[in-house]
Structures are given as structure tokens and as C-alpha cells.
Design a protein around this ligand. Structure first.
Ligand SMILES: [Zn+2]
Ligand SMILES: [Zn+2]
Length: 329
């Protein structure tokens, strides 16, 4: 176990935000998260043709791509882990796109996430699903905490300690200051586009609902699933010192972030889906930026390094660019 001055004791009721009436709080928050999502899914066939159309779907797709990539390529791989270098315009664009996902300011996000890597699944991890123990009940509580509960924990990770580079950047400070503008833009831009494309108020309203509110909620849940689901379920082909896992069915909506077991053993790699057949849209976007000359010094995975971290040597055949059998010397 690693400990730090900021480490949270796992079982201390004083630091456990769910402790007072924990079941009641879980049911309440769970109600506000799960029920609206189910309601939205049930609403789709009812609304189709009237209050949901192809324009809305297209705008959901566009806004999802901008904001999800803002988090995965921007907040995560570029700002947190330095998987590649970029010029000032790309840096600013990624920071704005990530802010529009409404997951908090860039400096706090980076600080929390670096701390997650430093203490992953140990005391001090801001959002480990294992913090309450390993019984079924403790894991259920931990999954909820890792997914969304930690967000309401008053203990903030120190930005000065974990993200001094972000805090020192004038452009990024300005973007953080204008965070309310990111909120307005991410909700009103789809409304504006929907209104202009359909030339109707109802078109603006439905785009606001689907490509604004519903899309923000879906991107939130997919991102947060990496913290919850990808530390409990799935496969662990790599020798990581934590319980991070690969979850294939989340790969496309999460833009490749659900290849999370690899990410924990090779944090700066620009590609998380490193094995054959693992789709990683964020890596494809970074490759596109590289081809355009907008990203440089990209840290692409090295086949030998990947192979060395595999638990099962037979899996070597799934590493692109490697001979199937281990070299004999
Ligand atoms: Zn993790
Ligand atoms: Zn990371």
C-alpha cells in the first residue's frame, strides 16, 4: 500500500460521503442518473419523426465527437499524459473541446487523473471502485462511488501538486476562467445549428434536447464508466499493479479509452487499443493530427515493450509488428 499526506482512509466514516444513510443516498442519486437514461431510451421510438429526426441524430454525432475527443485526445492523452506535442492552436482547441464535455475545469481533471494513476486502486486513488472492500456490497458501493459519487467528495486533489504545468499556462488559465462560456456553447450550439438547418423553433428545441442535454449525459456516463466498469469487469491481459481492465464493448463509445488495462501499464502511449482488432478512435484522431502536421513527437506503442508486459507470451501474436514467437538468443 502506498500512502500520502492526502491519502484517504478506506473505511473511515468521516471521509465517506455515502456513509450517512448510505443506501438512501445511493438510491436517490441512482434514481437521478438511471431513471432519466431509461426514460430517454424509451422516448426515442415515441419521439421519432416528430420530436427526433435525422438532423438531431447528426448533431448528436457531431457534438459527441467534438466533446468526447476533447476529453480522450485532449484532457487525457495530451494534457494529462503528454502522449504527443502540439502547437498553440491545437492545444487551445483541445482544451475548449474538452471543457465542452462539462466534466469540470482542465486543471482539476488533470490533477485528479494523475493522482488516480499514482495511487491506482490503493489508498489515495480519488475514484477506485475497491475503496470500500471486496465483498459484493462493498463493490456495488465502490462502483457507484467510482462512477459518480467521488465527484461530490469535498476533498479536491491539489492542482499545485499534480497539475502545475496546466496551472502555469496562460491560455489554459483563461479557458478555465471562461468555463461558463463552455457550458453555454455546448448546450446552445446544437440548438442554433438545429434551428438553422430545419429553419424552425421546434428544430432548435429538439436539437437542444438530444444533441445538448442527452449527449452531455451520455458522454458523462461513458467517460465515468472507465473509472468504474474498467476497474472491475473485463480482461487483464497485461501485468498492471492495479485492477484496471480492458472492456471491449465500451471501446467505440469511449473512443478507445476502455482498453484501460494497457493504459495503466503504458500511460504515455498515444494508442490504448494496442492489440490486433482493438479499435481506438482517439489514436486514429491523433494519427490524423500527426499526418496534418498538427501533432508531433507522438508516443506510439513499441511492440517489444507491449509484448514484455503481456501476462501470457502466447498473446504475442496479437501485437502488430512482432514475430509470433519470442526471440531466442
Ligand atoms: Zn484507471
Ligand atoms: Zn490516464
Amino acid at each position: 500500500m502506498t500512502a500520502s499526506p492526502e491519502a484517504l482512509p478506506t473505511e473511515s466514516p468521516a471521509n465517506d460521503p455515502l456513509q450517512p444513510n448510505s443506501m438512501g443516498m445511493r438510491i436517490t442519486i441512482g434514481f437521478f442518473i438511471v431513471i432519466p437514461l431509461i426514460a430517454v431510451l424509451l422516448a426515442i421510438p415515441v419521439a421519432w419523426g416528430g420530436y427526433l429526426g435525422w438532423t438531431d441524430i447528426a448533431l448528436v454525432f457531431v457534438m459527441w465527437t467534438i466533446t468526447a475527443a476533447g476529453i480522450t485526445v485532449g484532457y487525457h492523452r495530451f494534457f494529462t499524459h503528454g502522449s504527443f506535442k502540439a502547437n498553440r492552436a491545437v492545444k487551445i482547441a483541445l482544451a475548449i473541446a474538452g471543457s465542452m464535455a462539462l466534466e469540470g475545469s482542465l486543471d482539476q481533471w488533470v490533477a485528479d487523473h494523475r493522482k488516480h494513476h499514482k495511487f491506482s486502486d490503493e489508498i489515495g486513488d480519488p475514484h477506485s471502485p475497491w475503496r470500500f472492500g471486496t465483498s459484493k456490497r462493498a463493490i456495488a458501493k465502490g462502483l457507484f462511488y467510482a462512477h459518480v459519487g467521488w465527484f461530490f467528495d469535498p476533498q479536491n486533489t491539489s492542482i499545485a501538486k499534480y497539475a502545475p504545468d496546466i496551472a502555469a499556462d496562460k491560455d489554459l488559465r483563461r479557458i478555465s476562467r471562461y468555463f461558463p462560456l463552455a457550458i453555454t456553447t455546448t448546450l446552445l450550439l446544437p440548438a442554433l445549428l438545429g434551428g438553422l438547418i430545419t429553419w424552425s423553433w421546434i428544430g432548435a428545441l429538439t436539437a437542444f434536447f438530444w444533441a445538448g442535454i442527452v449527449r452531455v449525459a451520455l458522454v458523462h456516463h461513458v467517460t465515468w464508466s472507465i473509472n468504474s466498469i474498467c476497474h472491475v469487469f473485463g480482461t487483464r491481459p497485461f501485468n498492471s499493479r492495479d485492477l484496471s481492465s480492458n472492456v471491449a464493448w465500451l471501446a467505440i463509445p469511449s473512443f478507445g479509452e476502455s482498453w484501460h488495462n494497457l493504459h495503466h501499464v503504458d500511460q504515455t502511449s498515444a494508442r490504448h487499443g494496442v492489440l490486433r482488432g482493438q479499435i481506438d478512435l482517439s489514436a486514429e484522431i491523433i494519427r490524423g493530427l500527426e499526418k496534418l502536421g498538427w501533432a508531433r513527437d507522438v508516443r506510439w506503442p513499441k511492440p517489444e515493450r507491449i509484448a514484455a508486459k503481456l501476462k501470457d507470451p502466447a498473446m504475442r501474436r496479437r501485437v502488430p509488428g512482432l514475430p509470433a514467437s519470442a526471440p531466442t538468443s
